[in-house]
Design a protein around this ligand. Structure first.
Ligand SMILES: CC(C)(COP(=O)(O)OP(=O)(O)OC[C@H]1O[C@@H](n2cnc3c(N)ncnc32)[C@H](O)[C@@H]1OP(=O)(O)O)[C@@H](O)C(=O)NCCC(=O)NCCS
Length: 412
């Protein structure tokens, strides 16, 4: 099988989409394919051709990733990864990943990120689970806030807004919010237009989308959320289900106000909140906290470090300290080696070194710990990190911790 890997042209976009459709088993129509074009980055696209036939796809969006300490880093967000079911398990994905990581390095990119369809696929290419997401569900009848809470505490208000207004408000608000959240990636206006397309199309039996914003007394947006509602009745009693997405806030008032709205809706029995951050305050606001059920805890953002010094000096650290890492990298030997990190809240220096190492780990595990989403101690207990000098794990945990905990919340 002769394999060629290259970017696609505009004319090849439909064929490229058809690879994705076949691999995911979800064919789409031409308007849907055309809706994807404005956010597609052709120069970053890769298609694999086997004996001249297009059989595989991989692409990337250019994102700004927020790092602990509030700095940002331009990263490729890997997407569109698919191989035709008739060509799977012949090494086509592996060949595309190799080429793609080479391309990222040539562009000078230090870290690549992705959200995965399956957690089995990407660690072999050096990606580590950098952030987690938590899925919640609550019976609205048991969702009262603990006392004391009165609406009078709040000065702002929840507003229902139109689809068009939501695109405007969300684009601006989100850009402010994501800079406060390590692990978040930028979403421009084109992304919001794409992401919120087909607002009235039913999804899993739910109706169209409704849009919320939380407005301060002075008229500023302090929070957003959108939701869909499935109206059902059981023995004549309402048993509707609300699914909320993108509940994002910059003030406590907005956080309380939006949850209060969602947890007091009429005709609703169940409120579902998929893909939430790991440090959700809601549990601590409820009178009957056990009613907030965690239905899933899974990987969120994966990170692949390509340039250790550039990646580690881009973020900020909670404490001051020095660590020497012995890094292995089975997929890109050029990243492997020993690196010394001298870090503080103000910044960091990192370079290759001959000094004795404190910790030994794989590049995927450095990616996992990079944003502070997992402690080195936890990775060591899982047999993934080796402590070569006593006390190094604790020092690494303290250095790399992130406040708030990292979370992406964007699936791409
Ligand atoms: C996932 C997918 C792209 C893999 O492509 P592929 O060309 O079959 O992958 P490769 O042949 O290069 O596989 C490389 C290795 O990864 C393993 N692997 C690949 N996909 C895997 C999966 N989904 N589950 C478990 N292992 C997987 C292979 O077994 C192989 O292991 P080996 O080196 O030990 O033999 C393809 O199966 C696909 O399109 N799946 C559906 C769409 C999808 O999930 N895309 C990913 C979006 S994030």
């Amino acid at each position: 099988m002769a394999l060629e890997i290259r970017p696609i042209t505009g004319e090849e976009f439909v064929a490229y989409n058809n690879i994705d459709s076949a691999a995911f088993g979800t064919p789409v129509d031409t308007p849907e394919i055309e809706a994807r074009r404005p956010i597609f980055e052709f120069e970053r696209s890769l298609a694999a051709f086997a004996d001249g036939e297009m059989v595989g796809s991989a692409g990337a969006y250019t994102f700004e990733l927020t790092l602990p300490g509030g700095t940002t880093l331009s990263v490729p967000g890997v997407t569109w990864v698919a191989v035709l079911p008739t060509y799977r398990r012949r090494g086509i994905l592996t060949a595309m990943m190799r080429r793609q990581l080479d391309d990222f390095r040539e562009r000078g990119e230090a870290v690549a990120v992705l959200t995965a369809s399956e957690s089995l696929i990407y660690s072999r290419f050096g990606y580590g689970m950098a952030t987690s997401q938590v899925w919640y569900e609550i019976d609205r009848r048991h969702a009262a806030f603990r006392a004391p809470f009165t609406p009078a505490e709040q000065e702002g208000r929840v507003r229902l807004i139109t689809h068009e207004r939501a695109i405007d408000v969300y684009t601006t608000f989100y850009d402010r919010w994501r800079r406060t959240q390590p692990g978040a990636v930028g979403r421009g206006r084109a992304y919001w237009e794409f992401f919120l397309r087909n607002p009235l199309a039913p999804v899993d039996g739910s109706g169209g989308r409704l849009y919320l914003m939380y407005e301060s007394a002075a008229g500023a947006a302090e929070g957003i959320a959108h939701y869909r509602k499935k109206n059902t009745w059981e023995d004549g009693a309402p048993s509707g289900v609300v699914t909320v997405r993108d509940l994002l806030t910059t003030t406590r008032d907005a956080y309380t106000g939006l949850w209060r709205y969602l947890l007091t809706l009429d005709l609703v029995r169940t409120v579902q909140a998929p893909a939430r951050p790991p440090d959700e305050p809601l549990r601590w606001m409820l009178a009957d906290s056990r009613r907030l059920r965690t239905t899933r805890v899974v990987d969120d953002l994966w990170a692949r470090i390509l340039d250790v010094p550039a990646a580690l000096t881009a973020r900020r650290y909670l404490t001051t300290g020095r660590l020497v890492f012995e890094i292995s990298d089975g997929f890109r030997a050029e990243t492997a080696g020993r690196y010394a990190l001298d870090a503080s809240a103000a910044g960091a220096e990192c370079a290759r070194t001959d000094a004795g190492a404190d910790l030994a780990l794989d590049i995927a595990d450095l990616g996992a710990a990079y944003l502070g989403g997992v402690r080195f101690t936890t990775l060591a207990r899982a047999g993934r990190v080796r402590e070569l000098r006593p006390g190094a794990l604790r020092r690494a945990d303290a250095l790399f911790a992130s406040d708030p905990e990292p979370w992406c919340g964007t699936s791409f």
